[in-house]
Structures are given as C-alpha cells and as structure tokens.
Ligand binder design. Structure first.
Ligand SMILES: [Zn+2]
Length: 424
C-alpha cells in the first residue's frame, strides 16, 4: 500500500534523535568550558521544552477531523440547506412545498439520494426536490449566501483549505432562474468572502450534462460561456456528465474545454446503463486512454475490474469518492443491475489499498441529514480501523485531486506536512 512520505512515527523519531544528539554533544564539553557550557545546556533544555510545546498530539478522532483537506467534489445543486432554502424562498416570494426543515427530513423524496432511489417515483421526486430548492435562487447575493453557508457549516469544521464546487449551467438541465451575469457574479463574491472570512481558496468546475447526442452543440455553447467567465469566477475545469456507453462521443466538447484552458474531470462509473459489468467499466477505460481525463469523480464500477483499478493507480489519476451518497444506498432506479454497496464492499478501501490516488468527499453535504467532510473521514476511519498514517495519505490525495498547478499543489502539500509535524 502506498504510504505517505512523511509518516507521523518517522517525524516523532527524528525529532527525538535530534534532541538526544544535541544534549549529548553539549554535556561532553562541560568539563572544558565550565560555566559557559552549563548555560548552553540550560538553553538547550529551554529550546527542547519549546519544541515540545509546539507539538500537540491529537487523538485519532480529532486528528482525522481537523487535518487540512481539499474538498473537490461537491455540487452547488445539492448545497442548499433546507432552512436556508426557506429563508431565501421567503425573501424572493417563492412558495415551497414544506414549511419547516423537520417536515422535510421525514419526506422520502428528500432522504433518498441520487443513488438510493428505490423506485422511479422517488427518483423523479428527488430531482423535483432539487429543482424546488434551486428555484429560490434569484440574485447574486443568493448564490453567494448558499456557497458561504457551506463554508460555514462544513468547510471550517473540516479544516478545508482548498475547495472546488461543481456548478450547474443555469436554465439548462436545472431549475435555476437567474441571469448569467448575476449567477457568475454570485460565485465570484462567494469566493472573495470565503477567502477573507475562512481562508479557504475556492474554485469552480462548470458542469455540462450530455445525456443525448442532440445536446452536444448546446454543451459546446455552455462551455464557451464558462470560458467567458473563467478568469473572474475562477472556473478551473469542465465536468462533462454523460451516460453514453461510448464515452468518446463527448470528445468534441472536451477538446473545446481544453482549448479554453480548462482541465477535464469526469463523473464516471456511478450510473448504470447496462447489466453487463464489462460494458459498465468500458467508458472508464476509454476516458483514461482515449480522452486522457484529469480526474475520475466517483468511479465505483472500477471495482468490477481489478486490472482497471491498477491501471488508474499506475496513471496516478485521482479518484474522488463520496461514501455518504453510496454506502447502503446503491440501488438503481431501473432494477438491480449493480450491487448495493455496503461498508464491506465500498470501493474506496479497494482503491486506496491498490495505491490509487483516492480521496474522500461529500458530494451532497446539504441533502438528507446534512453532513460534513470531517464526518466522512471519521466514518471511514471507524469502519475499517484505519489510523493517522492512512488519514494523512487521504489528505495528501485530496490535494492531489485539485485541478491546480504543480506549484500550488506543492504549496498545499508542504502546509499539510508542516501541520502533521506540529500535531503528532
Ligand atoms: Zn458528484
């Protein structure tokens, strides 16, 4: 299994050895230098005490919750907390089908996720609910408030240093009813405020849904619009969400995105379109070898094909995994053509133990019973008895999943290394 280059045990050992060496060399000179050396010993002990004071050994739980992280897999469309939706609805005179958050929590269309809808009715109901939430957003300040609220409720407690939010294209496959300038202005304002208030560096990934060949030209237009707002809104990637069995059909859209300077992550291996497992993994092979995508979001079906898992590891393609939307819930609306994932066969463990650059994320932190990234990390540690060394690798992998330059990534990994040094 791949291990971090800076394990806590190594750090502790090297610090201890240095302290002993320093004290030994000083005490050897006491007889020659007399009082001067004694002063040096006192000084060394003082420094040693200060070093100890900087080291703050955290419990596994606390370490897991607050280790610096990158959150690169969350969707704006699932980021609107029920109470905030009510507040915005009131402000914008939108009528919602519920009047208190607790009323909503018991509603089946809310407690299901895109992955656990056991029937067509609930599956459709879930998306109607998403659309209802999005209908409350009318101004740039509304957009900003939704994003800032995520940072306040999940980002800070999870010590997120860097985040990427997937944003849907308004007025296309979503119910967002807001003009483009206000929409992108809202994301820009949110980014500024989150940086200032919480120190989180936030970027965006523009989503474009290609669910039939008819919309390929429309998707290209969406990518061009993202390009227009790219710099001021800090959009770093375009995520093409498609269920085409032949994934290479989306190549013209992806080529356009790249020509405009975007990176290309893709949601893959989480939507079933065939009962044949070989067919389900084929788009992943093609996305890697033909489309050369920059990141796989989800990718759970890779667990059907160990050769593919090793291929992803060899290519060092990051995989972002979101257990809270999968575990115990993986039932497709069109029948049981894929397994229900439980903690026993949840693919993250397999990916991680096959040296894939696998990281943990939330996907839909405001949905159902809202949850934070810190809770996701903690739950995975608890389920599999992982330790701090593993948590460090996941945190490293989270930064490696970011669509940023090599120099920025080095900066984040150095900051993580310093944090681990101080907290072990
Ligand atoms: Zn997702």
């Amino acid at each position: 299994m791949y291990k971090s280059v800076f394990r806590p045990s190594m750090l502790k050992k090297s610090l201890f050895v240095n302290k002993i060496r320093g004290l030994t060399s000083v005490t050897q000179n006491i007889s020659l230098k007399g009082i001067f050396s004694l002063i040096l010993v006192v000084l060394m002990l003082n420094i040693s005490t200060q070093v100890n004071a900087q080291h703050n050994e955290l419990s596994l739980s606390e370490f897991t919750r607050i280790i610096p992280k990158a959150e690169t897999h969350i969707h704006f469309s699932a980021l609107i907390y029920p109470d905030l939706a009510l507040k915005l609805a009131k402000k914008n005179n939108v009528e919602l089908s519920y009047s208190t958050p607790s009323e909503l929590i018991t509603d089946k269309t809310w407690t299901v996720s895109p992955f656990n809808a056991p029937s067509d009715e609930l599956w459709g109901g879930y998306f109607q609910r998403l659309a209802e939430f999005q209908s409350v957003i009318k101004t740039s300040d509304d957009v900003k408030e939704v994003v800032v609220e995520w940072a306040r409720r999940s980002g800070i407690v999870s010590n997120v240093k860097y985040a990427e939010i997937h944003i849907p294209y308004p007025n296309a496959s979503t119910a967002l009813d807001i003009d483009l300038d206000s929409y992108f202005e809202g994301f820009k304002l949110a980014r500024e405020q989150i940086k200032e208030d919480y120190g989180i560096d936030l970027r965006y990934v523009g989503e474009t849904y290609i669910l039939s060949h008819d919309v390929i030209n429309a998707a290209k237009k969406e990518v061009e619009t993202y390009g227009k707002y790219k710099e001021e809104t800090a959009i770093v990637g375009i995520s093409i969400l498609s269920i085409f069995p032949d994934i290479t059909d989306v190549k013209p859209v992806l080529d356009l995105a790249r020509s405009l300077g975007f990176k290309a992550p893709m949601h893959l291996g989480n939507r079933a379109f065939s009962p044949d497992k070989k067919e389900l993994v084929k788009p992943m092979w093609d996305a890697i070898d033909i489309l050369h995508i920059d990141r796989i979001d989800h990718g759970y079906f890779a667990s059907f094909d160990l050769e593919l898992v090793d291929h992803i590891a060899d290519k060092k393609i990051p995989m972002t995994n979101c257990p809270h939307v999968i575990v115990g819930k993986f039932v497709f609306p069109k029948g049981d053509i894929a397994p229900t994932f439980t903690w026993d066969n949840f693919p993250f463990k397999l990916f991680y133990e096959h040296d894939v650059v696998a990281s943990l994320h939330t996907d839909t932190p405001a949905m159902g019973s809202s949850y934070t990234l810190a809770e996701v990390y903690e739950e995975v540690v608890d389920q599999y008895d992982y330790d701090k060394e593993d948590v460090i690798v996941w945190a490293e992998n989270s930064f490696r999943s970011a669509l940023i330059s090599d120099s920025e990534m080095k900066k984040y990994l150095k900051e993580l290394k310093d944090w681990v040094y101080k907290n072990n």
